[in-house]
Write a protein that binds this ligand. Sequence first.
Ligand SMILES: [Zn+2]
Length: 305
Amino acid sequence: MNVLPALRTGKPRVEFGHVKPIEELEIPFAIIEGAEAGPCLLITAGVHGSEFCSIESAVQLMQTKPEEIKGTLVILPILNVRSFHNRNIYIMPQDGKNLNRMFPGKPDGTVSERLANWLVTEVFPKADAYIDCHGGDLDEGLAPFTIFPAGSEKSQALAAAFGIPVAVAAGGSGYTVDAAHKLGIPSILPEVSGNGLWGDDTVGMMTSGIRRVMQHIGMLPGDAPITELNVVTMWVPTAPVTGLWYPKKDLADPVAKGELLGEIKTVFGETLASIHSEKEGFILYRLTSLSVNEKEALLGVGTPV
Ligand SMILES: [Zn+2]
């Protein structure tokens, strides 16, 4: 089966199974259809297979009962299955590429490019709203924030319903929620927990945010409280050189323009690079690994817009 089953049949149901977006890949899915008609919400997790808080949140939401909701919940809890089992960071092991840089993908490309293409052509167009769950990877500490495509008011409204006060207005392209936004689907990418950690508090933050979005779009009863957002842009310096990473700032620390953010040294103590902030703002996430490779992201500085 290389397509998902029908999302709307008119009968309440739960359908669990596996779908083969491409020959080399089989991923789990859940479709939960409510008794009453309503919107279709797509939830994906495990684009990065070691961001376990996001994956466990999606797994827990798969236990939603049809009688609880209007419309259809489609959940793809582990897109990057091999990374999940291998506990890889960043990439799809099959081609060494970061799936969240590959959108809209290519029908004849590598594994991650073809998976992105399948999502864009077969899955995103069926959704009325989309949440792609992330967090800090195994080597990243992170204070929660929600990414939305800059300029998309409907996506920003989903972020306000989700409830994390810090929201990143993201530019650029190549990532899940930008590709979905370009198809006209309001989309957000919440980032909760860091270092691959998961527990009741962080999983609860993710699942309750998703439930508030479900209220916002009319899938669950009640009105979602709307959080006043601190909208920021994110600047991400990358390592100019391979070495040992010594950050000087902690999560949420304020940062002045020109301030030293960290240094990269050799094992013998020689400083190879000093990273100074090009922006004023505060630390959204940071690499916690001592080891850093050239071109890897070191941290994110959020600057209020
Ligand atoms: Zn991620």
